[in-house]
Ligand binder design. Sequence first.
Ligand SMILES: [Ca+2]
Length: 184
Amino acid sequence: MTKKITTYFVFLCLSGLISVAIGQNDTIKSLLLYESYPNARIDGATVYLKDASFNIIATTTTDTGMNVNCSFPGLSAGTYYVGVSYINKPWGYSNSTDAMMIQQHFVGIITLTGLPLIAADVWYQIGVINTDDAWAVMRRFTHSIPNFLPWRPDDWVVNIDYQVVITSGNEFLPIYTRCYGDVN
Ligand SMILES: [Ca+2]
């Protein structure tokens, strides 16, 4: 009988089933914030969790928490990616100053980096930041165009995968986003 149980235990370990019982106790806790307004928590956003092979294994929605506004419990050690897929908030935070800065980036007076660099690319050739983008941001700020479609179907910079490595215990990941067109 003892041998039978031992054999079954080894089988469970080999098949990975036992890890359900002993390894999946860690949580990724996250806080979604507007990048240039660090106290602005964003609720109602869809946040995804991907495994090491970039397959989405869970999604959740941000709440109104001040220190953590979404979490993924029940994880084992390993590499994961967390990102935002959808933000249900109106476009804003962008005006003539942003349009001017995009133009200054184009002519080499300033250099945009990080999320502002991504947020600057709103119009026509995606991957190229030039006068077209500055023009579109100015036009949208003055309500001359209603959106950045068809080049930017999202009004928010989303779908960036942030790597989280769980060794043991919980991990905290702040996530920043901003509206397209908001570069300062
Ligand atoms: Ca562009």
